[in-house]
Design a protein around this ligand. Structure first.
Ligand SMILES: C[S@@+](CC[C@H](N)C(=O)[O-])C[C@H]1O[C@@H](n2cnc3c(N)ncnc32)[C@H](O)[C@@H]1O
Length: 351
């Protein structure tokens, strides 16, 4: 077994110089590189004697056989070393948007956030930027404040999903990787030559995933946030989809242009989509499918949402059938996000 000091790339040159000066660098072995680490081969040395040096450079001694590939460090192991006792409920979870990782760092750990970011980037060379969530998603545009923590100072994500590329500014637009399955699922339900209305379209993920998979579909995507809509236009071009029209504006105003348009209406605004049911009926054909996203109580909330949908439809002369629900994700300790899929039929009797 040979002995190496494992040190992160930015610290490697300086530490190598110090070790050479102390005549402890084993010149018979090559310096090795893996991920964001450099491995400096050592002559036999008492670990206690270089303890301070290791601490100063956040380095550690590892042993490897000849030819062994240095193991990538696990973020969870590094995290334990960094946050120690104050770790509490912090598991170091993050969302990855291309090469940008967005973490929720509790305030008591903010003095260590630079170190946490360094460890995360070391553990996964794909990650080049670490941002911290600066609060909840809020406001009409459903935007979250983010704070730069480490790596390359970049806020423009380039994220791939379902064979599509999405480019957007994480400070100015909403995007959730957690809806990826929903986009695949809804797209798989789309039939031949469907006309699809995506309300609250954001930077275009539902619309573009559907349009790319169904070249014969005709998709209209309405979005109120000008930054998100501009990003959507860019994403439509980047994904070479010709069957999506990005519409900038408020659904409450723009829906009027699409009377009886849609075979399918997608409503991914869980905070308030329930107050757009009349607009959904207006843009829908006499028979259509609706996908309504809603936040509701985990305990009994789904039934309430279904009741609301049925009452609203009946009041407007529609019947509802084929109702299915799915929990998209937990939202808060007592709330969940659900999606209700249902078919509406003008003048129908069922439901
Ligand atoms: C929860 S996000 C969903 C975005 C996108 N569909 C996705 O899955 O990433 C809701 C989006 O609806 C937009 N929005 C909110 N109210 C709106 C309205 N009345 N008319 C049009 N867009 C609206 C917000 O700006 C935001 O981009």
């Amino acid at each position: 077994m040979d002995q190496y000091i494992r040190v992160s790339k930015p610290n490697a040159e300086k530490l190598k110089r110090i070790i050479s000066e102390k005549d402890r660098l084993n010149r018979k072995l090559p310096v090795r590189h893996s991920g964001n680490y450099v491995y400096l081969p050592l002559l036999n040395i008492d670990k206690e004697r270089i303890k301070n040096l290791l601490g100063r450079f956040d380095a550690r001694i590892v042993r490897m056989k000849k030819g062994e590939i240095p193991e990538k460090t696990k973020f969870a192991d590094r995290l334990k070393g960094i946050v120690g006792d104050v770790r509490g409920g912090f598991a170091g979870r993050y969302d990855l948007l291309g090469d940008i990782a967005i973490m929720e760092i509790p305030p008591e750990l903010s003095p260590k956030e630079g170190e946490i970011a360094g460890a995360l980037m070391d553990s996964d060379p794909k990650i080049r930027t670490v941002l911290a969530k600066g609060g909840p998603v809020s406001g009409t545009y459903r935007i979250r404040k983010v704070r730069y923590v480490g790596g390359r100072k970049n806020f423009i994500a380039e994220y791939r999903e379902n064979g599509c590329l999405f480019r957007f500014d994480v400070r100015k637009t909403f995007f959730s990787v957690r809806l990826s399955y929903e986009r695949t699922r809804i797209s798989s339900l789309v039939g031949r030559r469907e006309k699809v209305m995506v309300m609250f379209a954001g930077v275009g993920p539902f619309a573009i995933v559907i349009a790319k998979a169904h070249k014969d579909s005709d998709v209209v995507a309405i979005e109120a946030n000008a930054d998100a809509c501009k990003a959507m236009v860019g994403n439509i071009a980047a994904n070479k989809v010709q069957n999506v029209s990005a519409v900038l504006g408020d659904v409450r105003v723009r829906y009027k242009e699409y009377k009886n348009f849609a075979d399918r209406v997608v409503m991914p605004l869980p905070m308030s989509a329930g107050s757009f049911l009349t607009e959904a009926l207006y843009v829908a054909k006499d028979k259509a499918v609706v996908h309504l996203y809603r936040f509701c109580r985990a305990d009994g909330g789904t039934e309430e949402v279904i009741r609301e949908i049925k009452e609203h439809a009946r009041g407007h002369g529609y019947a509802i059938s084929k109702i299915t629900t799915r929990v998209v994700r937990p939202y808060s300790p007592k709330e969940i996000e659900i999606v209700v899929d249902y078919t509406i039929r003008k003048g129908g009797k069922r439901g």
